[in-house]
Design a binder for this molecule. Structure first.
Ligand code: URA
Length: 238
């Protein structure tokens, strides 16, 4: 990582605002390679320089990765003038980290969202040609059948004529509850796939994204940082 301005670097940890960083530096509380940092503009590289704030190591992590269970009724966006977004559900220190979404869910959909400031990873996860696997749980108004499973496995055609890649449909109970695993992300894809069967989605929740699985007990609106193992698994920078 190239050297960056000290104020930008410290603020990017989310622990302090730029203004707070300026105060810390002025008060001599930031040590750069053992000596008090002179100015906010001073350059430092967190991978090679020692940076201590009040004697504590910066614990530098290049990127932040957040697993969230998106609640229904909240927008999959980082800002919106009128409506509440998933970013509004995070504490200020995470909001300061310039996180963005690695894929969206409809406003009424719940479940797994990954927020990160690792642009390269987000790009890889969203690139259609990478066919990242996503599994959803859905409740429907009418049951689907074994025949539908076979059709989904072949690749069904949506109402607008677009053809879906082969998908896995698993029936639960009487077929009004299903798991659907897809490898692409067309607009409203699950709802549109289900509607080709004459049924409608009443509840939708994303359970997984590539190797990342939503924690079983995680309630809508809850979030946590990924573990270094999970970051490595999804191809991030632990
Ligand atoms: N498919 C949908 O129809 N909606 C979502 O939010 C995600 C996948």
């Amino acid at each position: 990582m190239p050297s960056q301005r000290l104020d930008k670097l410290l603020a990017s940890t989310g622990r302090w605002s730029r203004r707070e960083v300026k105060h810390l530096i002025k008060e001599g509380r930031v040590l750069l390679n053992g000596t008090p940092a002179g100015a906010p503009e001073e350059k430092a590289d967190p991978n090679t320089d020692s940076i201590l704030v009040d004697g504590a190591d910066l614990g530098w992590q290049a990127f932040t990765y957040v697993m969230m269970c998106k609640p229904a009724g909240v927008l999959s966006a980082t800002e919106d003038r009128r409506q509440k977004t998933v970013l509004d559900l995070l504490p200020e220190e995470l909001q300061r980290k310039n996180l963005f979404l690695t894929g969206r869910l409809d406003k009424d959909t719940e479940g797994l969202l990954l927020l990160t400031n690792d642009g390269a990873l987000a790009h890889r996860l969203m690139l259609p040609r990478n066919h990242v696997e996503k599994t959803y749980y859905a409740k429907l108004d009418l049951p689907l059948t074994e025949e539908d499973c076979a059709d989904f496995a072949q690749g069904i055609t949506l109402a607008d004529g677009s053809v879906c890649r082969p998908a896995k449909l698993e029936l639960l109970n009487d077929g009004t509850e299903v798991f659907i695993t897809i490898h692409e992300g067309k607009f409203h894809q699950i709802k549109r796939m289900v509607s080709t069967r004459g049924a409608a989605v009443r509840y939708l929740k994303r359970l997984s994204l590539g190797p990342l699985h939503l924690d079983e007990g995680m309630q809508p609106g809850e979030y946590r940082l990924l573990t270094p193992e999970e970051v490595a698994e999804i191809g991030g920078n632990p």
